[in-house]
Write a protein that binds this ligand. Structure first.
Ligand SMILES: Nc1ncnc2c1ncn2[C@@H]1O[C@H](COP(=O)(O)OP(=O)(O)OP(=O)(O)O)[C@@H](O)[C@H]1O
Ligand SMILES: [Mg+2]
Length: 134
């Protein structure tokens, strides 16, 4: 059966990062995701939601529970209308930060999920989609 549930959570302030984590944990749990995979997804959500608040000036997290031809998964899309990322290659380098971070959020998040898509336009904003399949 194909079906999809979806919604949107605002990610504007630091506390919203906690709500984003909780929602990701709930959705993954409902799908029956194994604890180890669920923990990876929640860790990626933490990093991307924090970036949305800190660098993106706030945004939204769209969530989707995917059920495609018997394949179940959770997709989370972080959107902001902040400054964008001028140099994606640099931003996707371990240890590079434009601020006071460790520069490990984006690269870490990419390693923790099955699918990672980054779309950004300087001056317009950033959209990052992550998917973890069951
Ligand atoms: N949503 C975003 N909008 C604009 N720039 C971003 C966004 N997300 C990340 N960046 C840029 O990419 C850089 C790398 O992000 P990353 O999460 O890997 O590291 P960090 O946030 O600097 O440090 P850490 O996450 O390890 O604490 C950031 O320093 C920032 O310049
Ligand atoms: Mg970060």
């Amino acid at each position: 059966m194909n079906g999809e549930r979806s919604g949107t959570l605002p990610v504007r302030i630091e506390q919203d990062v906690v709500l984003a984590r909780q929602l990701a944990r709930k959705l993954a749990g409902e799908c029956g995701m194994r604890l180890v995979d669920l923990t990876k997804l929640v860790t990626a959500v933490s990093e991307l939601a924090r970036n949305t608040v800190v660098y993106g000036g706030g945004g939204d997290m769209d969530w989707h529970v995917l059920d495609e031809y018997g394949r179940t998964g959770v997709r989370l899309v972080f959107r902001d209308e902040g400054p964008g990322i001028p140099d994606i290659k640099l931003a996707m380098t371990d240890g590079w930060t434009s601020g006071n971070g460790m520069g490990l959020g984006l690269t870490g998040a990419r390693r923790l999920v099955d699918d990672f898509e980054l779309d950004t336009t300087p001056g317009k904003g950033t959209k990052i989609s992550i998917t973890r399949w069951i």
